[in-house]
Design a protein around this ligand. Structure first.
Ligand code: HEC
Ligand code: HEC
Length: 272
């Protein structure tokens, strides 16, 4: 059982905040990649050992958490990865969402509460018994991301570097390494996450090269990027100025020393 803090966050109701929430959900935090385009939950991964990963229905339809969730429940789940009953949420990368500011988490919740109801009751990760035992023993590493989150840390302040904020909330380090100098995502068979620092191939790119790669999934060398391994179908919806801010931040990073990949669980699952 986890006991995250009981953060008080104002949940706005105005149209601009709801639009901001929708944008964060679809283009930056890419909740839709795992919870489905209508956020009603979907089969996000399937593995012969692990089981089937159905994701939660975030709407207020049948089987949806929006039916019962209080504002405090929303905040605990997204920011700390903890369900209303105190259990850690499996696989969901809340350690990235932990960086979302109060204003943005309020906007996200406002948007989620405005979703049209979707009926879908098959919304749980169905872990097979041997894997469940390994998870309970902690052998599966950081499947329960709540365990990685510092509940005592100060609440995130409005960012002074927008590019870094978007990289943090967008979870780029999940696959591109803690220092963004190259890493390995969770998908078996996935190519290595590219070195995004000035030590890597992006050192030869222009801003339009970067924007076009993020929007179209084809890099300047003509290499097509599989959206199963790199969620550009979400990121493509970032604005020009957001992509520019990320680009400037990446440009400011020192070349990495390639000390190894940042391998994170679920190492055997298939996220798609
Ligand atoms: C990498 C995949 C992934 C991403 C991205 C993701 N989630 Fe999840 N989420 C999951 C999974 C898997 C579960 C269900 C785990 C389980 O059954 O224990 C879950 C559960 C939840 C729950 C808990 C529901 C409950 O049953 O109490 C909420 C709320 C939630 N997600 C909201 C979000 C929001 C909001 C975002 C974007 C900011 C997001 N998720 C992004 C995978 C993801
Ligand atoms: C779930 C894993 C994952 C996440 C999250 C992720 N990436 Fe990637 N990314 C990859 C992989 C894997 C590749 C290499 C794909 C290939 O070689 O086909 C890649 C490739 C790229 C490329 C193209 C590099 C090249 O030389 O073609 C860019 C640019 C990029 N990512 C930027 C980002 C940014 C910026 C973020 C965060 C907003 C991000 N990625 C988040 C996995 C990810």
């Amino acid at each position: 059982m986890y006991h995250p803090p009981n953060d008080q966050v104002a949940i706005p109701t105005d149209a601009a905040s709801i639009a901001r929430g929708k944008h964060l959900v679809e283009a930056v935090a890419v909740c839709t990649i795992c919870h489905g385009a209508n956020l009603g939950g979907k089969l996000a991964f399937q593995d012969s050992f692990l089981g089937r990963g159905y994701t939660s229905n975030l709407t207020s339809g049948r089987g949806g958490v929006g039916r019962t969730y209080s504002n405090a429940d929303w905040i605990r789940s997204i920011r700390y990865g903890v369900r209303p009953d105190g259990h850690g949420i499996l696989f969901m990368p809340s350690d990235y969402f932990n960086k979302i500011t109060d204003a943005d988490i309020g906007a996200i919740i406002a948007y989620l509460k405005s979703l049209p109801p979707i009926d879908n009751t098959r919304t749980r990760v169905e872990i097979r018994l041997p894997a469940r035992l390994l998870i309970d023993l902690g052998t599966f590493g950081d499947v329960v991301r709540a365990a990685k989150i510092d509940f005592q840390a100060p609440r995130p302040k409005p960012p002074d570097n927008e590019g870094k904020y978007l990289v943090d909330v967008g979870g780029c380090t999940f696959c591109h390494g803690a220092d963004l100098a190259g890493g390995q995502g969770p998908e078996p068979g996935a190519p290595a996450g590219t070195d995004l620092t000035r030590g890597g191939p992006l050192s030869r790119w222009s801003l339009p090269d970067f924007t076009s790669t993020m929007r179209n999934g084809v890099d300047p060398a003509g290499h097509a990027i599989d959206p199963k391994y790199m969620p550009w179908l979400g990121y493509r919806n970032m604005s020009d100025s957001e992509l520019q801010a990320i680009w400037q931040y990446l440009r400011s990073l020192p070349a990495g020393n390639h000390t190894g990949a940042n391998v994170t669980a679920p190492s055997r699952s298939r996220l798609s």
